[in-house]
Design a protein around this ligand. Structure first.
Ligand SMILES: Cc1ncc(COP(=O)(O)O)c(C=O)c1O
Length: 407
């Protein structure tokens, strides 16, 4: 493995502004190659799809190449890649399409670990259809989502299990393959939220056993685009509302209106960028992605043990979550300071972090911290380096010194 973080950082113009970008879990910066791909698409001239002239053919090609790239990223097939504005919109869309098949007394399982975008659409859809909602709980002490509980939650009326591949606040990676396997054995579909997981390591939706997998390109160095990946045959069984003249094929059936073609060119460039994170990666693009994302994960995890070790060593800091498998995402509070005050102090030291629930509504409720402003999130992605970690730790340490000074 050859992960050269200096080379990786040089690809991102925004990182030159002197800030430590530890806010990647809310959206990463984009490399020059993505910016260029978007600009070139517009420069070349774009048209709407399926026309008789070259500018239209260019847009068709962008869409085809974007689906191929996303399929390579997660181990799917291009015909099963639905593109949309973001994960939340796609999830509401699929929920509406599935709802038509649900009957009163059917059941859905959601988890207390999930971002609200993989909870509320299912809870609301269940409410409208008379389906029963069952909750998978987290172990508050560890932040784990124990898989065993799904055995008692599932039954022959369960239609869907919605579960995250990684928590966007405490980073917990549940045993998705076991959970989806149990769901399948019970005759239920699985809907796996890969928004937080995808940027942090190799993804194989086959290994995860996900019937539906969702991801957002803006979390992995791309533009603000979401994608849902599923078996095209499964998508073919669903019939979402659509305009009469709009295509009825899969996956186009699920895509509403005119897409942002230039941004989709940027998505392909982002996948190419990820494939090249390890400059020794070789083979097909899929193989290079797997090698590069494994190298990126190892890099992130090395830095994360420094980050977490540093935070845990500070008496005025409380960290949340200690799952056995987790992404490089720290969530913490500082005694005597609100999360917002901590984030403001860090911003004054040019360190970008998020404060608040980050839409992890159920997890922050379960942890009992939502009412007090939740916590501060410092997340690492492949472009972060040891200096970013040191700057965060130094700035958080200052808050202890300031307290002793009576500030
Ligand atoms: C784990 C997770 N799921 C879902 C979402 C929602 O994604 P989108 O902004 O693409 O709707 C986010 C966004 O932060 C997230 O972190």
């Amino acid at each position: 493995m050859a992960f050269d973080v200096t080379r990786v950082r040089a690809a991102y113009p925004a990182l030159a502004d002197g800030y430590a970008y530890l806010d990647g879990a809310a959206g990463t910066q984009v490399p020059e190659s993505v910016i260029t791909a978007i600009g070139r698409a517009y420069e070349a001239g774009l048209g709407n799809t399926d026309g008789a002239f070259p500018a239209s053919a260019r847009s068709d090609a962008i869409m085809r190449r974007c689906r191929e790239a996303v399929a390579d990223l997660v181990g799917g097939v291009p015909e099963g890649v639905v593109l949309g504005p973001n994960m939340t919109t796609l999830t509401y869309r699929i929920a509406a399409a599935l709802a038509v098949t649900w009957r009163p007394g059917d059941e859905v399982i959601v988890s207390r670990l999930d971002h609200d975008a993989n909870v509320r659409p299912w809870v609301q859809t269940a409410g409208r259809t008379g389906a029963v909602v069952r909750w998978a709980e987290i172990d508050v002490a560890t932040g784990e989502l124990p898989s065993e509980q799904f055995a008692s939650l599932l039954c022959d009326r369960t239609r869907l299990v919605a579960v995250t591949a990684a928590s966007n606040i405490i980073g917990t990676r549940p045993d998705v393959a076991t959970i989806t396997g149990m769901a399948r054995a019970a005759g239920a579909l699985s809907y796996v939220d890969g928004v937080h997981a995808t940027p942090h390591g190799p993804v194989d939706i086959g290994e995860l056993g996900a019937d539906f997998y969702v991801t957002s390109a803006y979390k992995w160095s791309g533009p603000h685009i979401g994608a849902l990946i599923a078996n095209p045959a499964l998508l073919g069984t669903l019939h979402p509302d659509k305009l009469e003249p709009a295509p009825d094929e899969v996956p186009e059936r699920f895509e509403y209106g005119t897409p942002p073609f230039a941004d989709l060119a940027g998505v392909e460039a982002a996948v190419e960028h990820l494939a090249g994170l390890d400059d020794a990666a070789a083979g097909t693009r899929r193989q290079r992605i797997l090698t590069s994302m494994a190298a990126a994960e190892a890099h992130e995890q090395r830095l994360f043990s420094e980050l977490l070790g540093g935070l845990d060593a500070m008496q005025h800091v409380t960290t949340y979550g200690k799952a056995a498998r987790r992404t490089a995402t720290a969530y913490f509070t500082v005694a005597g300071r609100t999360p917002r005050q901590v984030a403001e102090h860090l911003a004054s030291r040019r360190v970008n972090v998020w404060n608040g629930d980050n839409y992890a509504w159920e997890p922050t409720g379960a942890l009992g911290i939502r009412e007090s402003g939740s916590a501060v999130r410092a997340g690492l992605v492949h472009y972060n380096d040891a200096t970013d970690v040191t700057r965060l730790l130094d700035a958080v340490a200052e808050l202890s010194a300031a307290r002793q000074d009576g500030e």
